[in-house]
Ligand binder design. Structure first.
Ligand code: ZN
Length: 204
């Protein structure tokens, strides 16, 4: 294969500034289609503001380069029990409606040779939440990523979230929550599974 055809296989990534100007132009179209007056000071800069928010804040998880740097420590204490990190707050965007869904993640694992810096668990949840998502997929992405990094099957993830596409449109129910699970390795065994489910229920 020639060098040129190899290069063509790799899709060139558009830089952030170009993305912002393309999204801003298209969002301007949407607002104009809604017959909004873009000379109104509250709307004038909205297309650019929204484009910047999409690229630099809400959807940073679309870029693999933004994946947090991970610190692993040797499991010197030979800690072999369950480690649980509870109520990790996240904000994501439903890919069906582009409305936010917000909630909490609880993560557990049994360490092997290494343990992970605790705040990295929060950062991993945040990274995968920052893109258009469905909750089922977000749960799985967090779980499989942790299995990869921690080199263990014994990982559990629980997400509990409120979806604004349920609150603000359609059924308009502001009360219901959605729960999703990733239970692998030991977490499929009845006793360990129950221990994890008890952890979810017990608040500090
Ligand atoms: Zn939705």
């Amino acid at each position: 294969m020639s060098l040129n055809s190899k290069k063509n296989l790799k899709k060139k990534e558009t830089d952030s500034e170009t993305k912002i100007s393309i999204i801003a132009a298209n969002f301007k179209n949407i607002l104009e289609t809604l017959e909004l007056d873009l000379t109104n000071p509250n709307l004038k800069n909205s297309p650019h503001r929204i484009a910047k928010m999409y690229v630099n804040e809400l959807f940073t998880g679309l870029k693999n380069d933004n994946f947090p740097s991970i610190s692993l420590f040797e499991n010197n204490y030979d800690y072999q029990q369950m480690l649980v990190q509870k109520e990790i707050h996240f904000v994501s965007m439903c890919s069906h409606h582009f409305m936010p869904f917000i909630g909490y993640a609880t993560i557990a694992y049994f360490p092997g040779t290494h343990i992970i810096g605790l705040s990295k668990l929060n950062r991993i949840v945040k990274h995968f939440a920052k893109k258009p998502q469905v909750q089922e997929n977000l749960t799985q992405e967090i779980g499989t990523c942790l299995q990869d990094i921690l080199k263990t099957d014994h990982v559990a993830v629980y997400l509990n979230a409120k979806h604004f596409c349920i609150i603000a449109r359609g059924i308009e129910d502001s009360h219901s929550f959605t729960s999703t699970y990733f239970l692998e390795g030991k977490f499929r065994e009845a006793e360990t599974k129950q221990q994890f489910l008890n952890e979810i229920k017990n608040k500090i």
